[in-house]
Design a binder for this molecule. Structure first.
Ligand code: AP5
Length: 209
């Protein structure tokens, strides 16, 4: 199975992608994680990416395509999380996979309303060691993660102003993927508990497994 997850910021793509990739044995690739790794490396490119991410805008297609293509070239089954994020990226990805003879099985759209996005993201803390992949529940900013000993921090793009910008970018650039993927699209309601959404996704994805 070769699949992409898209949806608004905070719709649960990362949370569910981690579970689904483990369940179906897929390589999980999150462009948000890759870009945060580049930022943490302190490279010149990382500094450019930081400015963009901090403003809530999308990083340039060339940078993101390069990061993704290099990692999927030899991978048979994968789950892309947060990529593609606009029509140009989607079309570049299709072209790349067609050349490899391994087309995408399809795309999964996780739907969550804006008010829920704002509630989730402005309340989110992430473990400082985990590039935003481990989330806190019931902890305060600065509390120590019992799993790794690092502090829980707020992501640089999780303050209200930037969340609003991310939502604007989503509605103007990413939401159009619903049309782009018509005919190979699964839409899943992202509301409900993590376990409920995981169950809905497992069932929806079965035909592609
Ligand atoms: P990225 O890190 O991908 O951010 P995002 O898409 O905005 O998504 P998030 O990671 O915030 O949320 P999510 O949907 O993964 O939900 P999560 O599971 O974390 O990208 C960051 C930035 O990098 C972008 O803004 C852009 O600048 C750049 N970028 C990335 N990809 C790019 C690309 N392709 N092109 C250009 N630029 C790119 O959950 C969110 C919270 O909700 C968590 O606290 C979680 O615990 C909680 N939660 C999850 N599920 C539930 C549930 N069912 N009920 C209640 N709470 C839940």
């Amino acid at each position: 199975m070769r699949v992409t997850f898209f949806g608004p910021p905070g719709s649960g793509k990362g949370t569910q992608a981690e579970r689904i990739s483990e369940y179906y044995g897929l390589e999980h690739l999150s462009t948000g994680v890759l870009l945060r790794e580049e930022i943490r490396s302190g490279s010149e490119l990382g500094e450019i990416i930081r400015d963009t991410v901090e403003s809530g805008r999308l990083v340039g297609d060339d940078i993101v395509n390069r990061e993704v293509f290099g990692r999927i070239a030899d991978v048979e089954d994968f789950l892309l999380d947060g990529y593609p994020r606009n029509i140009a990226q989607a079309s570049d990805l299709d072209g790349y996979l067609d050349d490899l003879g391994r087309p995408l099985s399809g795309a999964v759209f996780i739907q969550v309303p804006d008010e829920e996005v704002i509630r989730r993201l402005t309340g989110r803390l992430v473990c400082a060691c985990a590039d935003g992949t481990r989330h806190s529940s019931g902890f305060e900013e600065g509390d120590i993660c019992p799993e790794c000993g690092n502090a829980f921090v707020r992501r640089i793009d999780d303050n209200r102003e930037v969340v609003d910008n991310r939502l604007r970018q989503y509605h103007s650039l990413t939401a159009g993927l619903e049309d782009y993927y018509r005919g190979r699209l699964l839409s899943v309601d992202g509301m409900g508990s993590v376990e409920e959404v995981f169950r809905k996704l497992r069932e929806a994805l079965r035909p592609w497994a």
